[in-house]
Design a protein around this ligand. Structure first.
Ligand code: APR
Length: 303
């Protein structure tokens, strides 16, 4: 009897120690060079299913303002629209009453108009080329992820896309090219039912695309979560970050500490400019030349 009880207790202790077993040695480092060393070997030698989360900070090096950076963020520069509050420009109720602020902004943001992907987009593309990208979840509506060649089945545009358009009343789909031309001419596209047609950008008050919820599976399968250029202010997108298991390593690449980063044993943070961090990381992995070549070849082809 005693022997069985002892066996049970030792078995339980063993199970706990196995559960606590730490993934490859990447954990909270104090300096970015230590972080880069630890994370780069983990990405190169171990990772096979990386999940990337991205926000507007991924696209600021391409010339697109983010939303909340003091002074430069979009929400700080909307005075000309006389909005009741900044987020109204993406609020469906406000749009129904006054679509012009969004229409004017959309003329700026339409993909392929004047902005191109930057080195950080191509770093994610390289993760895919190396067979290491499980999925990229982006909040961005600028379409630069697609333009950098990240395939559609790896990309979840959680806050929607300009690549399709539909009526906000009857839901009928409309030709996105025709809608784009109407918007670029400064007008609202009308549906046959007289409802407003807008690109399928997810407004506050609208549902996220169904495939966003794929993250419930991806977060269980990933071996590294990389968070690029987001304040993690907006739910439910930000919840992906805390959905990964506690012993799954997380890497933040952002100008400042955000969300719950720093509270887990396997959090790693590269706080600073995204391009500089990506360059340093790619260099330490040994992908510096390959990344530059991919970027230059693709961007030269686009000019
Ligand atoms: N390098 C590193 N970090 C940067 C850089 C850069 N060059 N530029 C901006 N950042 C950081 C900012 O410091 C900030 O922490 O990126 C983050 C951007 O945060 P937000 O402006 O809040 O953008 P985002 O997180 O994408 O907003 C989420 O809010 O209004 C909604 O729908 C909108 O998708 C958007 C969502």
């Amino acid at each position: 009897m005693v022997l069985t009880a002892l066996r049970l207790i030792t078995g339980f202790i063993d199970a706990c120690s196995v559960l606590k077993c730490r993934p490859p040695n990447i954990r909270n480092y104090s300096t970015s060079s230590e972080t880069i060393k630890a994370v780069s070997s983990y990405i190169r030698d171990k990772c096979e299913s990386i999940v990337v989360m991205a926000g507007a900070g991924l696209s600021t090096p391409s010339g697109i303002p983010d939303f909340r950076s003091p002074g430069t963020g979009l929400y700080h520069n909307l005075q000309k629209y006389n909005l009741p509050y900044p987020e109204a420009i993406f609020d469906i109720q406000y749009f129904v009453n006054n679509p012009m602020p969004f229409i004017t902004l959309a003329q700026e943001l339409y993909p392929g108009q004047k902005y191109r992907p930057n080195l950080a987009h191509y770093f994610v593309r390289l993760l895919h080329e190396k067979g290491k990208l499980l999925r990229m979840y982006t909040q961005n509506i600028d379409g630069l992820e697609r333009l950098s060649g990240i395939p559609g089945d790896k990309l979840i545009e959680a806050h929607g896309t300009f690549h399709s358009a539909s009526c906000i009343v009857c839901g009928d789909e409309h030709d996105p090219e025709i809608v784009k031309q109407t918007i670029l001419s400064g007008k609202v596209h009308l549906c046959h039912c007289k409802g407003y047609v807008k690109p399928d950008i997810v407004f506050f008050g609208e549902q996220l695309p169904a495939k966003f919820w794929l993250h419930n599976l991806d977060t269980a399968d990933t071996d590294l979560l990389i968070v690029l250029g987001t304040s993690l202010e907006v739910q439910p997108f930000a919840s992906i970050c805390d959905a990964v298991p506690r012993n799954t390593p997380r890497l933040l690449i952002n100008r400042e500490l955000v969300g719950s980063f720093g509270y887990r044993d396997f959090d790693n943070m590269l706080v600073g400019d995204i391009i500089e961090s990506i360059r340093n990381l790619a260099k330490d992995i040994g992908w510096e030349e390959e990344l530059s070549k991919l970027y230059e070849t693709c961007e030269k082809r686009s000019t």
